[in-house]
Design a protein around this ligand. Structure first.
Ligand code: SF4
Length: 415
């Protein structure tokens, strides 16, 4: 197939495809699917070998968010019966992080719900990072606290953060239908602030919210332009009690095509399968490892993943290996760019290699498309109405398991 030969050749050279080629990947048929996976797999192995990076989420503060991201179980007005708690103490967060590292994770992702941190919140996270790095100085820490104000990224960097996550989530054109309490430009600004402070950029998307192929391609190219070092690909988890509870738009085949498109546009960038992996890829998860080089271990922020040991077994059975703490994730040429940015802080802002916040799967999987213009109802009222509108037979709560263990509970973490 000419398309796949072209994409493979470009990917092996680290070149980005055209927008039309990216769209064509999403339009391939099921008969072509294994060829698509094989082509993306060649690109993945060229830059990342057979390594799989494991990341571990610690939800520092769960639920009760004043923002209205319609995909999110923690949003304003959410009726999802998730765990709700305020800031974990540093030793509690460090205990959870230690479980993830013991399970094989090389990066810990510290996430808190909310529009953005106060300066007191930055102090809290500073203490938490110190507690984690005291126990394991090698562990990478990525922080995801929402929209950043001036100087907060610099403070996080000085306190030892390696990366900042803030997802763009969807295209600029559709962002306003997903969230009304902040804008796409706000999110880009935070990615740029993090990057400007020398933090590695982690910024990704959520698929399955009713977006078009063009929207997906738009956001993936935008992430490439921002220079995200890591691109988490979330597949919407339609939580009962959120406006997107009935948005079951994805198949395992569609998820694989999306991952392949993301890989071709980001050949030498960490591509992570984030929230919704088990829910949407299901038995096709091992094929996803041929495209992505990174996953979350164990549970997500508000939902449970498969057992951590099952993740490890899957990686081994598929012929891959867990990336060790001493191994570089990014190819040398990308790592050089990232290190130069971190050393020099901002070569004039964020033009390449930026990061964002957002937490894969965490501040994450929500979906929902085509929400019309804002009515006179408040966001909370709209959320409650939307959730109530979802017929029971369109809810798939059998596939979505709310997290009841780990951080914020008395039960051991899944790692
Ligand atoms: S995604 Fe983040 S900011 Fe948006 S509602 Fe959820 S926790 Fe709040």
């Amino acid at each position: 197939m000419d398309l796949l030969d072209t994409l493979t050749a470009k990917g092996l050279r680290g070149e980005v495809p055209t927008r039309e080629e990216a769209l064509a990947v999403l339009a391939t048929t099921d008969d072509e699917l294994l060829d698509v996976v094989a082509a993306a797999g060649k690109v993945r192995r060229r830059w990342f070998g057979r390594r799989v990076k494991l990341n571990y989420l610690v939800n520092l503060k769960s639920g009760l968010c004043p923002e209205d991201c319609s995909y999110c179980s923690q949003r304003l007005g959410s009726k999802a019966e998730i765990l709700k708690y305020t800031w974990l103490k540093p030793d509690q967060a460090a205990d959870a992080a230690r479980a993830g590292v013991a399970g094989g994770a090389k990066r810990v992702c510290l996430v808190a719900s909310g529009r953005g941190p106060t300066d007191r919140d930055i102090d809290r996270v500073t203490d938490t990072m110190a507690a984690i790095k005291d126990a394991d100085p090698e562990v990478e820490i990525c922080v995801c606290l929402g929209l950043l104000s001036d100087n907060q990224a610099e403070r996080l960097k000085a306190a030892g953060a390696d990366a900042y996550n803030h997802n763009l989530n969807t295209s600029e054109g559709t962002y306003g239908t997903i969230t009304k309490t902040h804008t796409y430009a706000d999110r880009v600004d935070t990615v740029q602030k993090a990057h400007g402070a020398g933090l590695s950029a982690c910024s990704g998307l959520i698929a399955g919210m009713g977006e078009s192929d063009e929207d997906l391609v738009d956001v993936v190219f935008a992430l490439r332009e921002l220079g995200s070092d890591s691109v988490p690909v979330n597949f919407l988890i339609p939580f009962e009690g959120t406006p997107l509870a009935k948005e079951w738009n994805l198949t395992p085949q569609r998820c694989l095509r999306i991952l392949a498109m993301v890989r071709f546009v980001n050949p030498d960038t960490e591509v992570r399968i984030a929230g919704g992996r088990e829910v949407h890829l299901r038995s096709m998860q091992p094929l996803g490892l041929h495209i992505a080089n990174s996953i979350f271990l164990g549970d997500y922020l508000t939902s449970e993943g498969q057992a951590g040991q099952t993740d490890l077994d899957m990686i081994k059975d598929a012929g891959f290996e867990v990336e060790g703490a001493g191994e570089a994730t990014l190819p040398r040429h990308r790592a050089d760019v990232a290190e130069a940015a971190q050393a020099g802080h901002a070569s004039g802002g964020c033009g390449s290699a930026a990061s964002a916040c957002g937490s894969g799967g965490g501040c994450g999987p929500c979906g929902g498309h085509a929400h019309g213009p804002s009515s006179s109802a408040s966001p909370a009222e709209e959320a409650a109405e939307d959730a109530a509108d979802a017929p029971d037979d369109e809810l798939r709560s059998d596939l979505v398991k709310v997290r009841r263990r780990g951080a914020g509970t008395e039960l051991a973490p899944n790692a």
